[in-house]
Design a protein around this ligand. Structure first.
Ligand SMILES: [Cu+2]
Length: 144
């Protein structure tokens, strides 16, 4: 009786240890999207405007909650911007970013999911917008 109780306890300990180890294994493989904020390559939004002539526009609709980095390929690394897609933002159909003085205005824009963002080139030369950061796409050099 005593022996079989000890066996049961031992078995319970062994099974518990196994579950703990197996549980740890699971939890270490699960969170793969926890570093989205630090990794620009994980952002879902993906666009490349091509050349936007003076007075021209480019638009993109942001669907998911995420932080999206973008930049102008012509004026990198100085001309960068960020769109934060969050349901905390006021829901509107569309919002606008102006390109002026080789900058995006506002540089950081918060929009709700499903908002169309329109970039307007208010300068006398082209701009070219692409998602990511200058360094993530190998465009570190000033390009004027
Ligand atoms: Cu530009």
């Amino acid at each position: 009786m005593l022996i079989s109780n000890h066996r049961n306890v031992l078995l319970t300990v062994i099974v518990s240890l196994f579950l703990v180890v197996a549980g740890c294994g699971d939890s270490s493989t699960d969170p793969g999207d926890g570093n989205d904020d630090n990794n620009n390559n994980n952002q879902t939004a993906n666009f490349s405007s091509g050349s936007i002539a003076p007075g021209g526009t480019f638009s993109y609709t942001f669907e998911e909650e995420e932080t999206v980095d973008y930049y102008c390929t012509i004026h990198a690394p100085n001309m960068t911007g960020q769109i934060t897609v969050t349901s905390n933002a006021e829901a509107v159909d569309r919002d606008t970013v102006s390109m002026e003085n080789n900058q995006f205005v506002p540089e950081n824009l918060e929009v709700a999911p499903s908002t169309e963002v329109i970039w307007v080139n208010n300068q006398d030369h082209d701009h070219d917008i692409q998602t990511g950061t200058p360094s993530s796409n190998g465009n570190d050099d000033p390009n004027y």
